[in-house]
Ligand binder design. Sequence first.
Ligand code: SF4
Length: 476
Amino acid sequence: MKRFIEGENRSQSTLLPECLDDYITEDNPVRVVEAFVDELDLLALGFGGVEPATTGRPSYHPSVLLKLYLYGYLNRIQSSRRLERECQRNIELMWLVGKLAPDFKTIADFRRDSGEAIRNVCQFVILCRRLNLFSQAIVAIDGSKFKAVNAHDRNFTHGKLEKRMRQIDQCIERYLTAMDTADRQQSDVTEIRTARLREKMVTLKSQMKELKQIEEQLKDSPSGQVSLTDPDARAMATSTSRGLVGYNVQTAVEPKHHLIVAHEVTNIGTDRTHLSRMARQAKEAMDTDELNVLADRGYYSGDEILACDEAGIVPYVSKPMTSGAKAEGRFDKEDFVYNPKTDQYLCPAGSHLIWRCASVEKGHLINRYWSSGCPRCPIKEKCTPGKERRVSRWEHEATLEKMQRRLDTTPEAMRIRRQTVEHPFGTIKYWMGARHFLTRTLDRVSTEMSLHVLAYNMKRVMQIMGVKGMIAAMQA
Ligand code: SF4
């Protein structure tokens, strides 16, 4: 006869009552959260309310709320309302916070008011460094766009605004014509129709008034954008056609264990200006004298590469293919060989391009070279449509050439970059559930991202060392 596995009777009493700790096994990740937060100096990190106030109602200790959030981000429960519910039914949380059940507002206020302190907790990387998890002095840097709490329709640029105003003007024009027609054909039906059209006109006029106010705000916005729901969110281009309104999250990831060494949330849509700052943060976090940095062509910027070089950071950034001459089938700048001893270029026809003049363009000193033999050159049509081929050289071009030589001799660099840095973004976005940030403004979104990064790094280290190993390392 077949049988089923039977559960226990709910009303069964036990002779020796079980305690909450019996439900939490020794290798339960919730024990890592407990050990981690207990080891933190919350006062030094900047948390308020560590010392109880002498007056007023007793408050929750910040360690309780920090544990709650860390548990939540480790288990994909990021919303304060869901955390409030989980406190009342989740045994792990009951164990972690001693059966306390703060309301959602207290939980949300803690995240809002302790932004900087929570971001300081992200110094988890110091522990990783102590555990020798950063054995290679390499990081890959990349950025990814994350959606903000701001719909496309509530983000305005000059172009969008003009288009919307034009549409409203056209609608008003149409309605006025329709009202004129209705006036000429007087009947009960047309009266109702005219009243409806008047209502629509009132709505359109109030919309136009709002747009005029936004126009004023746009004049004062340096980024040329205004977002109504989250004022710091910006429309950004993505690989999808529509783009998104959100933030650009930058990370530096080490290749061995894929731990996020440094991160930053920005509302600048491109990656070009972030390389040296992210690299410096990673270097400091890893406490290394020399650091190799891998990045894609979105980060290619002479100034940034030079700044890395000057800070003892070795960048590997692939060059974007933007040569107009090459696209038109003519010789590219790379076909000209520079000789630093003579300060001349050797062209494909064997002529020497000598230094002729220098000028300052966008703050860069640019030297120009050309040859007087160009007009008589037999392969001139493959080189230039002008009188002579001029080659420009930035005063620090040697730094870029040195980097290109490194890239040529390290063909695997870009493969390592791709394998390293793209996976953490995918994981974090998966945990977020393909949705937008829950908070608004750059400061709060940065706090939210710090919690995501901390949870990601903790999970990675748990996988590497195991729960017991990690607890022992933290308490050592
Ligand atoms: S056009 Fe001038 S620079 Fe170009 S290949 Fe001929 S000589 Fe050299």
